[in-house]
Design a protein around this ligand. Structure first.
Ligand SMILES: NC(=O)c1ccc[n+]([C@@H]2O[C@H](COP(=O)([O-])OP(=O)(O)OC[C@H]3O[C@@H](n4cnc5c(N)ncnc54)[C@H](OP(=O)(O)O)[C@@H]3O)[C@@H](O)[C@H]2O)c1
Length: 239
């Protein structure tokens, strides 16, 4: 297993849910972590938790859907961490509604956050990984990125796009020793799934937990560099 100690990771949406669990799992491996989000209070609380695990932890507040904010935020975060080895493109939003009922602004915001946000962040981090001729990018799609369902048109469109962008990037940067992994988790208990009414935080034995997802990411990173986890789905055993 590859030792990940002293690597530097950026996790978008690292303050809550899957991103926070990943940040904690990284810190337990000795990885220094920079997390991002829009709410400074939750970022500060998670950073304090990460520092308690003995690693350097930093945060930057920005909206991934705003390119000017992303440019400044990623630049600051990489300066604070001194470099970057791993990017987890996790920040995302979801809302369900029929194509006609969902307001245009809401539909657009899902695409702007989940697709453009991932593109903006990756565009700012990628040159550092190419310069090092080594790196890892983990992009979070969803089972909704493999199948459309009634009322998921915006979310599914965004998560299908993530898979296309991610696979294309993987083929572009394999030659640079950069591994790009696309994950398609099923429902995991988090604010997002609880707010959507598709998970119940009390059903810990049957519903996937953010920690399960974080373990998968760490396992992928621990593979020898010659091996790349290209894509993976995470399902609950007995929902
Ligand atoms: N939970 C599931 O069942 C599930 C299943 C499959 C895939 N996913 C995907 O996994 C990822 C994480 O989901 P989650 O369940 O952990 O969601 P969550 O609990 O709602 O957390 C979302 C995180 O993203 C950040 N974020 C949201 N919009 C942002 C924006 N515009 N700019 C910057 N940061 C933003 C949030 O921080 P702030 O609020 O502070 O901005 C928060 O840290 C998402 O991409 C989601 O689509 C989730």
């Amino acid at each position: 297993m590859k030792n990940l100690k002293n690597k530097k990771a950026i996790i978008t949406g690292g303050s809550r849910g899957l991103g926070r669990a990943t940040a904690i799992a990284f810190a337990k491996q000795g990885i220094d972590v920079g997390i991002t989000g829009r709410n400074e209070d939750t970022l500060k609380a998670t950073v304090a938790e990460l520092k308690g695990l003995g690693v350097n932890a930093e945060y930057e507040v920005f909206d991934v859907g705003n390119y000017e904010e992303v440019k400044a935020g990623i630049d600051n975060l990489i300066k604070k961490l001194s470099t970057v080895d791993i990017l987890v493109n996790n920040a995302g939003i979801a809302a369900f509604g029929t194509l006609n009922d969902m307001p245009v602004e809401e539909w657009s915001k899902i695409i702007q956050t989940n697709v453009m946000g991932m593109y903006y962040v990756t565009k700012e981090v990628l040159p550092y990984l190419i310069d090092k001729n080594e790196g890892d990018i983990i992009n979070i799609s969803s089972t909704a990125g493999l199948n459309g369902n009634a009322t998921t048109s915006a979310y599914s469109a965004s998560k299908f796009a993530v898979i296309g962008m991610s696979e294309s990037l993987m083929k572009e940067v394999r030659k640079n020793n950069i591994r790009v992994c696309t994950l398609t988790p099923s429902t995991i208990a988090s604010d997002m799934s609880i707010d959507l009414g598709i998970a119940d935080k009390d059903s810990q034995d049957s519903v996937l937990q953010p920690e399960d997802f974080a373990e998968l990411i760490v396992a992928g990173l621990q593979l020898p560099r010659r091996a790349m986890l290209k894509s993976a789905a995470l399902w609950s055993t007995n929902p």
